[in-house]
Design a protein around this ligand. Structure first.
Ligand code: KG4
Ligand code: ZN
Length: 345
């Protein structure tokens, strides 16, 4: 069974063809990132205008790459939320139009759950139940999953999402946007133990808080680096900051990154312990971070927990994960109709 997935929750426009919910035949992703960079974050108005321009072309590419025709599709699975309203509506409207004209069933799926499902693509089955950690630009949550129709939230961020903290710290360090990959690169040249940052405690142990550490980095920079920094810095100067080995900026990035990773590991292990499970599944854009992946594998192995990550490409927003999750839910009898609406959160 061929499923067409559509994902337009943020700045990406993606379409994918997935067979039987598991094997990815194509996964085309385009992004309007280049148009947002100068604003230091995603501008919703720009995002959905670019998505309107590209969605049909991207879907066409996905069909061509998978070497199948529209008439071969048996299900259209589309991200219905959470995300940016205008962006979600582009994907949902496109999916509805296709579903109506081709008489193919339609299903709206949750973007966050599809990040977890990315672990099930192109690989062997992961036994349930398991604990899942989703770390993305908009969300940070721990879940207990018996199956994809029964997902229990164990904890969530009380303020900033984990990826958002990477993006904000990168902005403070004037590295550029999106911040995650830039902080990761810079951290390789820094000492993660050089500065003592910490993530704020939360009343509920499985919740997260990242706004405190972001502010701590801001004050650290103000007190220690301000004179060397100017908002008028050129791109070349910013680049040299990333290249500069052993710099104080690299130490800040590495110490911040390590503290966030330690917190994520500590809470994930606690969730596994409380739910008595030995499987931890991680997804979302921040899960592409190599240092994080390495540390999670090390720490989970010490306590006999098996840890799963999607490939780096499948950690990012993509339509294959949407198609795959849609297939599993459709098999259970779920479907949507033309009243499908965008869910903002
Ligand atoms: O899941 P995603 O592609 O979009 C959302 O659903 O939000 O995640 C994007 C987030 C951004 O905040 C970005 O900075 C972060 O993931 N990110 C990373 C890395 N690559 C992307 N964070 C840390 N290290 C990375 N290598
Ligand atoms: Zn995402």
């Amino acid at each position: 069974m061929y499923i067409l997935g559509i994902e337009t929750s943020c700045d990406e426009t993606s379409a994918a063809i997935v067979q039987d919910g598991r094997s990815v035949l194509s996964n085309v992703v385009t992004s309007s990132l280049a148009f947002h960079k100068k604003y230091g974050g995603v501008v919703p108005e720009i995002a959905f205008r670019k998505q309107l321009e590209t969605i049909a072309l991207v879907a066409d590419c996905a069909l061509k790459e998978a070497d199948i025709k529209l008439k071969d599709i048996r299900l259209i699975s589309v991200t219905s939320g959470p995300g940016l309203l205008g962006s979600l509506l582009v994907g949902i409207s496109f999916a509805k139009a296709l579903s109506l004209s081709l008489k193919i069933p339609l299903l709206g799926v949750d973007h966050i759950y599809s990040h977890i499902y990315a672990n099930f693509l192109n690989c062997s089955v992961i036994k349930m139940p398991f604990v899942a950690l989703v770390i993305s630009g908009g969300h940070t949550s721990l879940f207990y999953i018996k199956d994809f129709a029964r997902i229990k939230v164990l904890g969530s961020t009380q303020d900033d999402a984990c990826g958002e903290a990477f993006d904000k710290v990168a902005r403070i360090l004037q590295l550029g946007y999106p911040g995650g990959p830039l902080i990761e690169r810079l951290s390789e040249k820094g000492d993660p133990r050089s500065i003592r940052f910490s993530c704020s405690n939360t009343e509920k142990p499985l919740n997260f808080s990242f706004s405190g550490i972001k502010t701590a980095v801001l004050y650290y920079v103000k007190h220690n680096l301000d004179t060397r920094y100017s908002i008028l810095d050129t791109r070349k100067k910013r680049e040299s900051r990333i290249q500069d080995p052993g710099s104080k900026v690299a130490d800040i990035a590495a110490s911040f990154q390590e503290t966030v990773i330690n917190t994520l590991i500590k809470k994930s292990l606690l969730a596994c312990q409380l739910k008595k499970v030995k499987r931890l599944v991680v997804g979302g854009g921040v899960a592409a971070n190599n240092r994080l992946r390495e540390r999670f594998h090390q720490e989970t192995a010490k306590v006999g927990i098996k840890c799963y990550f999607p490939t780096a490409a499948l950690c990012m927003d993509n339509a294959a994960m949407v198609a795959g999750l849609g297939y599993q839910l459709f098999k259970r009898g779920d479907s949507s109709d033309l009243s499908l609406a965008a869910q903002l959160d």
